[in-house]
Design a protein around this ligand. Sequence first.
Ligand SMILES: Cc1ncc(COP(=O)(O)O)c(C=O)c1O
Length: 361
Amino acid sequence: MEEALNGGQLASDGKYSAQAQVLLEAALDAPRVLLTTSCSDALEMCALLLDLQPGDEVIVPSFAFVTVAGAFALRGARIVFADIRPDTLNINEEKLAELITPRTRALVVVHYAGVACEMEAIQALAAHHRIAVIEDLAHGPFATYRGRPLGSFGALACLSFHETKNFSCGEGGALIVNDPTLRRRAGIVHQKGTDRNRFLAGEVDKYTWRDLGGSFAPADLLAAFLVGQLEARQTIQARRARIWQRYDQGLRDWATAEGVSRPTVPTHCEPAWHAYYLVMPNRAARDGLIAFLKAQGILAVFHYAPLHLSAMGRRHGGQPGACPVTERIASCLVRLPFFTVLSASDQDEVIRAVTAYAIAP
Ligand SMILES: Cc1ncc(COP(=O)(O)O)c(C=O)c1O
């Protein structure tokens, strides 16, 4: 960051943005990566690139972050909410066909907690109906599905570098452009709707307004911070893997005895070790555990408020009972403290506190 400060370019598209993009392209086997100011902005870029028109439909999991739906609603699309699988908490690929209509343009998949969605089935269905797949990789950088990196399956994929994610620059993100037919426009949308990239390459003597776009590129100062994180990715992921496995071992017996579910990781998925969560038998047990931990100074949180039941979700046709697995999981899930520098002794304290919690019969 000091180098970036002294280098004279604080704005976007400097040396460190280029470094971060090249590093991500190599590590994720991605043909083109564009840094963005957030994952939400990368999702908004997807909506622009798909040229969504009012009335077009986009399928999203209801068990997801707000902007997974909001970015597409912003372009006038109707959001169609999909339910999740009860094991990985990822979009249920077996329930997707019934949501597809002639207006369906895109399908957004979230690799929850860094474990892959069932990409084989999802891609086959999307190809059959000519629907674009967009991967939300906010939780899943460097995870794999059947040995292939996540982010390499969809036409587009979105990363987050928000401070809550495995790799951070405070606020940040990236768009992976796999579909070669979208690559040129992605550069224009990224550059405020202009052909500034051609100007920077010396191909034109001034840049002009060509398309819809936004100010999506982050300051190079932030990219410098991010490069440091990405260069340490093996250390960061290895630490997170150890924390995840320690929780899983430490909580196994207690969870079995209390009827609590631990995360499912299919053998063909190498996770990104983004989060560790428990699914409690009911809402009262979940809320009780959060309060029990809070009383001991331990912050544990739930995830996500179902999108189809939100005020906006209801305007898109969401109604109670439409996504029953999402509704149950949202009321029973608790995430335990999980961050790269979580010490073994702090983690032991969390494990001790959780295993001292007895669920009321
Ligand atoms: C699955 C998912 N997608 C997207 C986002 C948005 O990321 P950002 O804060 O970088 O916009 C989040 C944020 O937590 C998320 O959990």
